[in-house]
Design a protein around this ligand. Structure first.
Ligand SMILES: [Zn+2]
Ligand SMILES: [Zn+2]
Length: 484
């Protein structure tokens, strides 16, 4: 589940609402560049206006729109009104302004802007948002009128700006003023679509996002929901409860996702949620230390500004010590891409069991030999068989080991490795598929009995990039990382 994209009203770059405050910016924002030709231009301008006026009843907006790239700072209706006045004065004719509803070009659509604004504002009355964008679906007939208007007056068929663009901006200005929100062309909280064909304003409420780091304090909890494969998650088998999952439909009864995301969804009053983790640890590994970055996405939230400190406490209470979260912050959707894509190194602590007693010095030497080496790993036997088998290279940055004082067949091994390094295989050698390995260096069989991940750290820079947050909460202490 992800956000909808902006309505596909056309393929143009965003041109919607414009600046909601005083922003009658022409398409490209450039001031007119032909100011030096003004004396020559003047008669042409009035002649053009006369021809436009002769095409039939035309409202001020439609009269001014073909000249939208002139005189920055004016609205098209002001341009139209000015031209109408100038023509009347130049020709010494009685001033006559037609009923805007009678405009043959737009059929009076600009008169309805305030009711469209009401509709837009009502549609999202229950939703908190800070940014928006407006698109307009203009019926073919009106778009054709807009073209014919210019053609009738002998103007370039694309002179000024299209009707759609003016409607986007004018409706956007009104929505912004009414809701005290701002235009965002990139990823607005709310995307409005004025659909003139259907005669309604639709609103798409985009997702809200919360970033944080989780610790998984118990083993045998997957990161995300894990449906039972025996019953395909139905919980039913031949009319009775599925014996493999006791009818729950899940291979594991709970996941980090299920212990965190519903709380965020509830607090933000959304309709659905999704969990995006920065990689994942094995089901049987704990995630300790500074935790693993994640983003919870909430669909169609009614609330976006939530107390993240309180949310942390709510999640921790809900997860009852199985999972805990730290450093929660409101973030932008780009944070989802960042947690999914940023290269990260991992720090592990493995409880290792050897096939026979090991000498402490030999263990130190083996760990030292592995530190800083490039490890070649053929796809481990335990890994999903659907994944293509291949040999890949990962760096073991640092390996340290300490033998248990009371048992020379056990050791605690800490490994700092490049993302994607298979740690269990680095210890065991996976029957020679991983080279080098701790077992290989020692010449003694070795297995990981228990694994904890202690840190997930961006290789080049921290996950926490300030520009991707929507709040200014300082959680430096919580995450141990900082990005200025
Ligand atoms: Zn009009
Ligand atoms: Zn089942």
């Amino acid at each position: 589940m992800t956000d909808s994209d902006a309505p596909a009203h056309d393929g143009d770059p965003p041109d919607g609402g414009g600046s909601p405050i005083g922003g009658d910016l022409p398409d490209d924002g450039d001031p007119p560049t032909d100011g030096g030709d003004l004396p020559d231009d003047q008669p042409d301008l009035l002649d053009s206006a006369r021809r436009l006026l002769a095409s039939g009843p035309v409202c001020d907006h439609c009269l001014g729109r073909p000249f939208a790239d002139r005189s920055f700072g004016l609205g098209n209706d002001e341009r139209g009104r000015g031209l109408r006045t100038a023509v009347a004065l130049a020709d010494d004719e009685d001033f006559d302004s037609p009923d805007p509803a009678a405009c043959w070009v737009c059929e009076g659509v600009f008169q309805r802007l305030s009711s469209f604004t009401d509709e837009a504002v009502d549609t999202v009355a229950d939703h908190e948002f800070e940014t928006y964008q407006v698109g307009t679906r203009v019926p073919g007939l009106l778009a054709e009128n807009d073209r014919l208007l210019r053609e009738d007056a002998g103007l370039d068929p694309e002179a000024g700006e299209p009707l759609r663009k003016e409607l986007n901006r004018e409706l956007g200005k009104r929505i912004g003023a009414r809701t005290d929100t701002e235009v965002d062309f990139d990823r607005p909280d709310v995307q409005f679509l004025l659909d003139l064909e259907a005669d309604e304003v639709e609103a798409t409420v985009n997702s809200a996002f919360v970033y944080g780091r989780y610790r998984k304090l118990e083993r045998d909890i997957p990161q995300t929901e894990w449906p039972c494969s025996d019953c395909d998650g139905t919980g039913r088998d031949a009319g009775g409860p599925c014996p493999a999952c006791d009818g729950t439909g899940y291979r594991y009864p709970e996941s980090v996702e299920q212990l965190t995301a519903p709380v965020v969804e509830d607090v933000m009053d959304g309709v659905d949620s999704a969990f995006h983790g920065a990689g994942r640890e094995d089901v049987d590994a704990r995630m300790l230390g500074t935790g693993r970055p994640f983003v919870v996405e909430v669909a169609e939230p009614r609330r976006r500004t939530v107390d993240t400190e309180r949310l942390e406490a709510d999640i921790d209470a809900f997860a009852e010590g199985r999972v805990a979260v730290d450093g929660l912050r409101l973030c932008r959707y780009e944070m989802v891409e960042r947690v999914k894509e940023l290269d990260a190194s991992k720090r592990y602590r493995a409880e290792v069991v050897f096939a026979e007693p090991v000498d402490s010095d030999a263990l130190d030497d083996a760990a030292a030999a592995l530190s800083g080496t490039t490890v070649e790993q053929y796809t481990p036997t335990r890994v999903d068989h659907r994944r293509a088998s291949k040999t890949r290279e990962r760096t073991a940055y640092e390996v340290t080991a300490s033998l248990a004082e009371d048992d020379p067949t056990r050791a605690t091994v800490e490994i700092h490795g490049e993302g994607g390094l298979y740690v269990k295989e680095l210890v065991s050698s996976d029957d020679g598929r991983t080279e080098p390995s701790l077992a290989g260096e020692l010449g003694v069989g070795a297995e990981v009995a228990a694994l904890d991940v202690l840190a997930v750290t961006g290789e080049e820079e921290p996950f926490e990039r300030e520009a991707l947050f929507r709040d200014d909460r300082d959680v430096t202490r919580a995450t141990g990382e900082v990005d200025g």
